[in-house]
Design a protein around this ligand. Structure first.
Ligand SMILES: [Zn+2]
Ligand SMILES: [Zn+2]
Length: 164
């Protein structure tokens, strides 16, 4: 290396060491600033949404209308992934027709959970949480029967030996 290049290299290193020290010294400060910044932005958005509720709703609806197909496909992918993750077939009667299947919150509490996460978000919520335990695939018939009567008639048929 010619001396000039050496000098340049040395300067470069010294500069980067200096920058790194500066970076570390101001890390907490910057984090606090960022936290405050994002908190303020969230609050601003919340206030805006509260003040423009109808407008926001209309805009979201318009967006959904314009992107119906994409949203439908995205939802479908989440739905398929969830059904696959939980075994695909109805846990009660073995039904495996896609259109008949749904995800059941084992032991009830499904509608409360759906309310908490938003009525149509269950499938993406499951993906975000790595398909946790406590859910199963049911067909709509079995799901409804269990919801209405607390049990599915398939189970009585099975114990009476009429099914399989
Ligand atoms: Zn079933
Ligand atoms: Zn059943």
């Amino acid at each position: 290396m010619v001396p000039d290049e050496d000098l340049q290299e040395e300067r470069r290193v010294r500069r980067s060491v200096y920058h790194h020290a500066y970076y570390l010294a101001h890390l907490e400060e910057r984090r606090a600033y960022q936290r405050a910044y994002y908190a303020a932005r969230r609050e601003k958005k919340r206030v805006y949404r509260a003040e423009h509720r109808e407008e926001t709703k209309t805009r979201n609806r318009a967006y959904s209308m314009g992107h119906r197909e994409e949203i439908r496909v995205a939802r479908g992918i989440y739905r398929i992934s969830a059904l696959l993750a939980y075994g695909w077939n109805c846990a009660c009667c073995d039904e495996d027709q896609y259109e008949f299947l749904t995800i059941d919150h084992i032991g009830g509490g499904g509608s409360k959970h759906r309310r908490e996460i938003g009525s149509r978000r269950l499938y993406s919520w499951l993906a975000d949480h790595n398909y946790p335990e406590g859910f199963q695939v049911l067909c709509h018939n079995c799901n409804m029967a269990i919801g209405f009567y607390g049990h599915c008639p398939h189970q009585e048929m099975a114990s009476a030996g009429r099914m399989r």
